[in-house]
Write a protein that binds this ligand. Sequence first.
Ligand SMILES: Nc1ncnc2c1ncn2[C@@H]1O[C@H](COP(=O)(O)OP(=O)(O)OP(=O)(O)O)[C@@H](O)[C@H]1O
Ligand SMILES: [Mg+2]
Length: 258
Amino acid sequence: MYMIEAIDLKKYFSSGIIKKHYTKAVDGVSFYIERGETLGLLGDSGSGKTTLGRLLLRLIEPTEGRILFDGIDITALNRRELRRVRPRMQMIFQDPESSLNPRMKIGESIAEPMKLGLNGRLSREQIRERVLELIDIVGLNPEHLNRYPYQLSGGQNQRVVLARILAVNPDFVVADEPTASLDVSVQAQILNLIKQVKIEHGTTMLFISHDIDILKHMCDRIAVMDRGRIVGIHERADFADIPGSRHDGYQKVMVEGT
Ligand SMILES: Nc1ncnc2c1ncn2[C@@H]1O[C@H](COP(=O)(O)OP(=O)(O)OP(=O)(O)O)[C@@H](O)[C@H]1O
Ligand SMILES: [Mg+2]
């Protein structure tokens, strides 16, 4: 059984008040991700990568098609059932601040998923110990725990996001350009941290990027997306055959994200 399987997935956005227009953001996509595998998703700006990532976690509703998560058809689940599956799937966004509560101290933020008891009940003391363990794993110091997200750098906040994710230990993670908003000097550190975490926990991942070199470094296979469709999936052995990705737009995204 695959960790993730998408079957003829579609997402059409409607716009236009008088005359209806449809943006076919995702237009009939089928693929799978094996347990523990990292699948890369490469494509130009607007090709539908983020929409596909959000669909897989059912953060948005598909227009058509099915998503099997560990054999469970999550498109058929009601809200209550979905809530039970949710902790097993997480998303890392380009802009770490957007996934952190600005009014929560870093320490509270990391402890929150454990307090919700998503992975069994822990005592206050156990949670405290685990938080200290987690910030050490992601390369932060105990002194960061009493700060707020605005008091940390983008790279440090992305480390907080990773610590939170580790606290939940999900089976599947969608990482959407997780380093695109970061300083080039910090990008490699965060990428290596994601890779290390992933290997240690056997996490299955969809890794979205414009940058073919980042994907080659991070992924077992790379899917190429173009105008809502997957136009090819490449194994490691034929990464060299992937059509050169256009890099226009990438700079823009980096600037917008900062
Ligand atoms: N909520 C929405 N409402 C209407 N159209 C949308 C919405 N979200 C995305 N789109 C459209 O769907 C298409 C795909 O967008 P998406 O964000 O998935 O692309 P992307 O590949 O992630 O691009 P980028 O590399 O710039 O992040 C675009 O044409 C976009 O304008
Ligand atoms: Mg995107």
